[in-house]
Structures are given as structure tokens and as C-alpha cells.
Design a protein around this ligand. Sequence first.
Ligand code: GLU
Length: 277
Amino acid sequence: MKLHKASAAAAAALVLSLTATACGGDSSDDSGSGDSGGGKITIGIKFDQPGLGLKKPDGTYAGFDVDVATYVAKELGYDAKDIVWKESPSAERENLIANGDVKFVVASYSINDERKKKVDFAGPYFLAHQDLLVRTDDSSITKAEDLNSKKLCSVTGSTSAQNVKEELAPKADLQEFGGYSECLTGLENKAVDALTTDDSILAGYASQQEHQGKFKLAGLKLSDENYGIGLKKGDTELLTKINDALKKMESDGSWQKAVTANFGPSGYKNEPAPAIS
Ligand code: GLU
């Protein structure tokens, strides 16, 4: 088909504008900064933790970490629609940050010295405790040592798995998966006897419609898990900005609002807001 001069020019202009859109204006995407170009920001969260970070069937995201991330992004100048969510499994968080795949990670991410060698943490913005999820009719597990003769499920690269191996129950038969939700079927069909991670996460699973009445939390505070926002090591400017945003989130009541909205349905009794360093 032969194009008239005018329509050829229009077509060329269209191609140009499409190309510009596809490139997002600047190509900071390639620089590995977590700025996805076109005024977007990429943030790492969990996709399978109800109450904290959950990708819903309709493709939207919900949870306390999602609300914290959205608040912080807003303070950094990004609207909710400019956020690109990136799934960040426990074992991949440091790498996603170091590689610049995400600008920061808000994913039930405990601050500890080992991780601080690779990334910096803003916060803490939440305090949880490691606990156990067991079947409702199981009364054989009431303390951590009981796990030494049991099959236990947790996640690779988590403090939960590490604490079990190093101190809580070194003789437990521990199976490690990529995400906690993968442990739930095993717990239900008795392939494993318990799932261990933060009580904040376990409460979310226990209260899910499909799990109603099946599981209970042991109610043990096996560790202190201070959640931080992980970001690239040495980016002190971003660290300061995120800490300022977290302080504001608490002082203007948004922190409490997010806690109530996300943990209220599971009945999870949270600790007060921790002091931000
Ligand atoms: N907060 C713990 C951690 O950072 C357990 C939860 C998780 O794996 O995200 O390892």
C-alpha cells in the first residue's frame, strides 16, 4: 500500500512517540537503579503473605508492607500508579537490591548484621516475633525443643530457618521452600508438623478463608524480628528520605491505620511502633 506523504509523516511521528513511550523517556532502567523509567519506581514485596504482601487474584496488591511502601513512595514523589511491584522471595532480597532490580524492599525483611554487610536498612518500622503454626488438633508441639523430633517447614534465606538450625531446634527435620505459602499444603496433609516464621505472617495464613479452623499459632515469642526497608548499601540520601517518610507515617496516624486495616482481620496483636533510628 502506498502512503501519501502526509500520512507517512504521521505514521513516522507515531512510531517515534511509541518508541519514546516504550523507552520510558529516560533509560535509567538499564542503570540498575530501581527507577523503572518514565517516572516509575520498582519496589520489592512478598506476593504470598496475606496481611503483609499479597498479590490478589484481580492483580492488585494488599498488605501492611504494601501500604508502607506506597506511603514511602509517595513521600519520594511517586504516586501509587507509578509503582511497579516486584516479587522478592526471602533468599533473593539482598541480590535484588544489590543488582538494582528494585529501589527498595519492604518484605517482612528483618534487620540483622549478616544482611547489613550487603544492604542498608531504613527503619525499623515493625516488630514481629518468630512463632510456630501447627494443626489445630496437635497438642504435641508447645515449645521450640519439641520440634527436634518433628518435620518442620520454613523458607530458604530466612532468619526463621536460620534460627531453627542454629539454636531453636537443630535436630528438627527442616524442609526449606522458596515461600511460606508452599508449606501450607504440607502442614494440612501432615507431610510436615509445623511451619515456622514470624507471627505476623502466620496469623495471616491461619485466618485465610480456606484455612479457617485448621491451624493455630503456638504463641511463642522465639525471636525479635525488626522489619527494615532494605536499600542499596551506601545510599545515605535515600536512607534518610525513607526514615523521614517512616517517621511521618507514624506521626500522622497512617502507620496505625495501616496496622488496623491489615492485621485487624486476622486478630494479630502487634507490638507498638518501634523507634526509627
Ligand atoms: N522476618 C524474617 C526474615 O526476614 C522472616 C520472614 C521472611 O522470610 O520474610 O527472614
